[in-house]
Design a protein around this ligand. Sequence first.
Ligand code: DMJ
Length: 915
Amino acid sequence: MSEAGGGPGCGFPVPQRAPWSLVAATAALCLVSATSVWTAGAAPMSREEKQKLGNQVLEMFDHAYGNYMEHAYPADELMPLTCRGRVRGQEPSRGDVDDALGKFSLTLIDSLDTLVVLNKTKEFEDAVRKVLRDVNLDNDVVVSVFETNIRVLGGLLGGHSLAIMLKEKGEYMQWYNDELLQMAKQLGYKLLPAFNTTSGLPYPRINLKFGIRKPEARTGTETDTCTACAGTLILEFAALSRFTGATIFEEYARKALDFLWEKRQRSSNLVGVTINIHTGDWVRKDSGVGAGIDSYYEYLLKAYVLLGDDSFLERFNTHYDAIMRYISQPPLLLDVHIHKPMLNARTWMDALLAFFPGLQVLKGDIRPAIETHEMLYQVIKKHNFLPEAFTTDFRVHWAQHPLRPEFAESTYFLYKATGDPYYLEVGKTLIENLNKYARVPCGFAAMKDVRTGSHEDRMDSFFLAEMFKYLYLLFADKEDIIFDIEDYIFTTEAHLLPLWLSTTNQSMSKKNTTSEYTELDDSNFDWTCPNTQILFPNDPLYAQSIREPLKNVVDKSCPRGIIRVREESFRSGAKPPLRARDFMATNPEHLEILKKMGAASSIDAEDGLRFMQEMIELSSQQQKEQQLPPRAVQIVSHPFFGRVVLTAGPAQFGLDLSKHKETRGFVASSKPYNGCSELTNPEAVMGKIALIQRGQCMFAEKARNIQNAGAIGGIVIDDNEGSSSDTAPLFQMAGDGKDTDDIKIPMLFLFSKEGSIILDAIREYEEVEVLLSDKAKDRDPEMENEEQPSSENDSQNQSAEQMTSISQEIDLIDQESLEETSLNSHPESLSPADTDNAASVSPSEQNSNPAENHETTSLDGECTDLDNQLQEQSETEEDSSPNVSWGKKVQPIDSILADWNEDIEAFEMMEKDEL
Ligand code: DMJ
């Protein structure tokens, strides 16, 4: 902490107090490239190489944006696996995550300023026209105030900021007359009713058409909101006020921030994750820098930069001091309790905290930024992406990855601060991983599970708003961008707001701030933003020397020891507290300690609390270890080439794919489709992977029937139409209670939506080949070369007529099989004795990976996972008012194929380039 703010760690002294008018200029210095100072360490990257990578980013953006515009627009988001738009109310609800979707063409608005940064001015002009022509902000839909603010209001303001910049340049946007700003103002007024609480903290959700109060609004009964939700408004709201002169927006956002500041826990100076919007009581008292709090801190510092108001910096510095004192345990950032900040609240970290090193760069605290970033990078190198949550010993805790941009953001800011080409190499790895593992024919798909490499039918708008912007800027030289990026500040969604707003319509600047700062000492006025041009003048290896000791932190260490134990206890020679993992009920000393816990002192009570917490976590972990991790079904034949990976449930019997090589084969529907009796089409499934429908008999029975017919594997497809691993917890198929050693083939389970991707593929292509494995195989050129194994070559020699008849036969089989399956085949409606036996696995249990546990334990016997369940079941909400005019656009398969061919060519080109 002492290194912050241009203090010793920044390598050069800055005034304790600077006139605020210098702030914008100083902030701009934070973003000045320091490439010129780097002389050693990672090999410098040539201008050509940087340009090549920049062009690759452009091509990737075109792939994502082009597919969205072609197949999803005007829907809010693209569903890249099924190649259509996600329209709220027309897809199964995903809970809170759907609150970002307001039927306002979210992805288009979120992409506006990215188009300008990426030099696509013509496309920007077209996109702005489309927004003005098509977007309706008056939909009867309940949206998140936070998401609508950062993505839509921020997107419109970012678009406006760059539209007026372009207009002033004199070539593009000459027709523009502040129309985006007018839309932003309209949206701002729509959000204001959310602030109608006594605290001034906004309700978390609002109906765009009916607001909060009216019965039609279907919202307004919530009592809690997250700290980031209430504290991430000031940049957009103040910009709106300053652009328009309507001060009310800035006033409301300031009031919410003032209230949060008042409610901080006074002894620790930390804030909790959720707060009651009426009483101001902390509902969740854990505190970190990731999910639920992240951008509250970000906006305090950036509000100071944009608005030049000292009070924001003072608050930020106070919180930052607390973060560095309690939460930061370099390279880790671990949540603590706000009232007992020496007590860790968790043993895992979430992916959202990856933005923090970037914020530390803006703060000027480079060392911990380098350390945390390096730790995160090693987690990425292990799993290809940052899992949504990972443990303190760097194992996957929650395996999803929705293509979040935070790590790319921090990489960009660290490169700007250090000029170290190492960060360019990091960016190159991010690009490679995105293309290798997330790119699908119709865009980029979120990772459902970073360990199996399976996909989710989801491409969030922030992927276009942020990821491509930061990656492009990382490799761009000043002359590659048509305006000066240093004149702008990035919002949390990476929208650009001009720094000149700091001197416009400042009526609110000095008003409404709390005045407790007399109790703060000078350290609260540390000035931020090191001048990166002279940051490491004498030590170009500075960043490398910080990274070096952390090089093997993920692979070789067991950093459980890093978890905080009260340092003062150790210092005073006291015995370390009893940990749950060491507890033995037969040990009298342990029993004695247990008795004392909670009785004698607050320290004992603290130990008791932690002990209980650990016991719960331990027992949950033990349960988890009996569960099998999910598996992957990868479609490897033309035109998929391994790019579509489906999440599959494992079976407790048959070949264990984690121990054996994957099974690869063409698929064939079994007949009868439910696989509950001897197959009548053994010749069709012989040597293939049989598709069987769930229901009517036990999974093991199906397995035996297809095995007897000569199948080399089986995929059971859920008969519950519309089910999907996006919305239902995956489960493992249990045996039949008898010995299942006779079942030798691998069996996997797919929900209906994932299964229909394979069934659709069979209808379109003569033969579909899949790979069953515990982890998707790399999509390398080899896979495309392997495209034509002999059986397929044979089939390719068949005449077109034969092909058609095979295809018809498959259709027929499907049709007949489906007809054979009675309507009441749903397993749950049958008696336990003759139904599938499904052992359900919760989402976080899906992430338990015994293989990985074993691997870690063998490295260091002390490593025992104490993870708790991360994910609360998201509440489900049915949007009662699907907008019928937003019909699903389903792309004809021929045109998908044509697109894919184009995509494959581009991909091949890229791979050649790499070679
Ligand atoms: C973005 O929408 C914003 O960055 C937000 O602050 C939190 N993270 C998501 C992307 O991960």
